[in-house]
Design a protein around this ligand. Structure first.
Ligand code: TEU
Ligand code: CA
Length: 617
């Protein structure tokens, strides 16, 4: 048990706590300051009182009690880092995320569907994919493309029927693959029958399934929605207010109500009984909200861009609810869970994924998607040195009781390659480099649909081309705040989620001037790398040693008792001296393996088998 943090504690004491560490790390990330600036012997010894004085302009007085409350809510000791790594199928698998709406359209109505997925199963199998994650396909009014569920037990008719789904599941399993679904249970659609009954009948037991308040607007809290504006809207004849952290049509469920938790567990069990192999759990760290929904701190709101988050991103009963759900559903079915956990830093992720805790198997953490001082809406050049440091931090400190996910893209982000290479000169080199890192680092790779085709951001021309509710609301907000249209559009173009939500170009039948084609050479490299990972468990469970991590360089080794790989990466756009490899085979980059220089973003993989040398000597 760690010591309670007070205003007399020092910065370095805070850094030693779980939540304190992650909040400080997040602040550094947000402000673009380095860890050294905070932890040098001078600042590290400052008391929080002193820090409070120094930061008076950015952090208001109420920030501090809120901060202390959070930091002190998780003071138990951390599990040791060096236990034994348990071998499981999901550590060895290569996952592939399907965004059903734009994956493959089987009947020509312009919307991807389940039969389209079935048509592409051979393709996915051949690529080397072991498990699929489907973004939501449930019945939904599609205010947020299916992340607003009206009926958890029905399939949306755009995508097909329950029979189609059962056929898909059967064929996936017949190919020896697994399938996980998306579990969206922080909120439901406002069209869900629970909410409809709640809003129509003031005496309904369903009222307590949500956060419904018959107040006047002034009595509500000041939380903001991730999709712009207040987190409260009113509904129904009585115009009652309800909380929605996302779109107006995505109303938050009240997990403190045991009935809600029971209904969710039953629903999860029905899908697991059907045979699905697990779930990706949408914003699952938001499910427990501070009692009474207290006002959000203004400083946190300004710093992070959203007000109220300190009251739910790591809420008071998060562990209890996750563990309970795990025991009642996943554990019974030996099913797999991966939580989407925006805002959680490395240490908090450790807390929810430690094998001994039985909460979640893995999480998606997001701190690698933007470099320090940037948000998704900025047009800036992403520096891969940051990504390398992030990876090394996790590889070293995430611990053997936890296992990280490796991904660059998903349906919520512009394509990573376009962020690294604004001019589009080194697209291919970077795609190969990212793929090599993804398949040779320690962790489970999640390919996002189209990564393997070499897809990049799309040149949308105006806000009229944009479908996504988040972008549309944000654009409107910027205009209301007085931004010029051209500037608002630049922001949207940089950050819109629609970049990743374009129909996959299976037939290359795109608008000619905006054409995106499948790059088959990238595809073949994906195949080779996935194959390599499958053939050599060293790339999964082997140890990882860093050989060189100077500026723009990343040379590392994966090694077990039998063999080793050395991977030589140039992270920048200048030629760099190649690492002199004492190894026998070049597996990737053969053609240039003799040259002493790595070209911009070039990567080489070298292989070394131990018995050989042993015999020779
Ligand atoms: O995303 C949650 C999330 O926090 C963000 O990535 C979010 O989309 C937003 O951009 C914050 O700035 C999940 C889903 O992946 C996303 O598609 C949904 O829109 C969202 O939850 C609500 O269900
Ligand atoms: Ca269709």
């Amino acid at each position: 048990m760690k010591q309670i943090i007070t205003m007399h504690s020092r910065v370095k004491d805070v850094w030693n706590t779980i939540i304190g560490h992650d909040i400080l790390a997040k602040l550094l990330l947000q402000t673009g300051l380095s860890e050294k600036a905070l932890l040098n012997s001078l600042v590290g010894n400052f008391s929080l009182w002193m820090i409070r004085k120094m930061t008076e302009k950015i952090l208001d007085a109420p920030f501090w009690p809120a901060f202390l409350h959070l930091v002190n809510s998780e003071l138990d000791d951390e599990a040791p880092l060096d236990g034994k790594v348990e071998r499981t199928w999901w550590k060895e698998a290569v996952f592939y995320q399907i965004y059903p709406r734009t994956f493959c359209d089987s009947n020509g109505d312009g919307i991807g569907d389940i039969q389209g997925i079935i048509q592409k199963l051979d393709y996915l199998k051949e690529l080397g994919v072991d498990a699929l994650w489907l973004s939501p396909i449930y019945d939904s009014p599609m205010a947020d493309n299916g992340y607003d569920i009206r009926d958890y037990e029905k399939i949306n008719s755009d995508f097909g029927t329950m029979e189609d789904f059962e056929q898909l599941l059967k064929e996936v399993h017949a190919k020896g693959m697994k399938l996980i679904m998306d579990l969206v249970v922080n909120h439901t659609s406002d069209e869900h029958r629970w909410f409809q009954q709640a809003i129509q009948d003031p005496k309904s037991p369903y009222r307590d399934y949500y956060f419904i308040r018959p107040y006047t607007k002034e009595e509500l809290n000041n939380w903001t929605s991730f999709f712009s504006g207040s987190a409260w809207s009113h509904y129904g004849k009585e115009k009652d207010w309800a909380l929605h952290l996302f779109a107006e049509k995505q109303v938050d469920l009240n997990w403190d109500n045991p009935k809600v938790r029971e209904e969710i567990a039953d629903m999860v069990n029905r899908w697991l009984d059907k045979g699905v192999d697990g779930f990706r759990m949408d914003v699952i760290n938001y499910i427990s909200k501070d009692k009474g929904l207290p006002a959000g701190n203004e400083s946190v709101g300004t710093l992070m861009g959203y007000r109220g988050i300190e009251h739910y991103y790591y809420g008071p009963h998060l562990h209890t609810y996750l563990h309970e759900l795990h025991q009642n559903t996943f554990a019974k079915h030996h099913a797999f869970s991966i939580g989407e956990t925006p805002g959680l830093g490395r240490k908090m992720c450790r807390r929810v994924t430690g094998a001994e805790r039985e909460e979640l198997d893995m999480v998606f953490s997001f701190d690698h998607l933007e470099t320090p001082g940037h948000v998704r809406w900025d047009a800036y050049q992403y520096d891969l040195n940051y990504y390398r440091n992030y990876l090394l931090d996790w590889q070293k400190n995430y611990g053997n009781n936890c296992w990280m996910s490796l991904f660059y893209n998903n349906h919520d982000n512009p394509r990573m390659v376009s962020k690294i290479d604004l001019a589009g000169i080194y697209r291919k080199e970077i795609e190969i480099l990212l793929a090599v890192l993804q398949f040779t680092m320690k962790g489970t790779p999640f390919i996002y649909q189209g990564d393997e085709m070499g897809l990049v951001n799309y040149l949308f021309r105006s806000i009229d081309d944009i479908q996504d509710i988040e972008s549309k609301n944000y654009y409107e907000k910027l205009i209301l705040e007085g931004e010029k249209e051209i500037d608002a559009w630049k922001t949207i173009l940089a950050g819109t989620r629609d970049h990743a939500r374009r129909m996959l170009p299976w037939n290359n039948q795109e608008i000619p001037e905006l054409k995106q084609e499948i790059d088959t050479s990238i595809q073949s490299i994906y195949k080779q790398l996935i194959h390599l990972r499958k053939e050599h468990s060293c790339l999964i469970y082997g140890e990882l040693n860093v050989i060189d991590c100077h500026f723009d360089r990343f040379v590392y080794e994966r090694k077990d008792a039998k063999e080793s790989f050395r991977i030589d990466c140039n992270l920048g756009n200048q030629n760099r001296k190649a690492y002199k490899m004492p190894h026998e085979y070049a597996l990737l980059g053969e053609s240039s393996s003799c040259s002493k220089e790595l070209r911009p973003y070039e990567v080489r993989i070298w292989y070394y088998k131990k018995e050989r040398t042993a015999k020779k000597n």
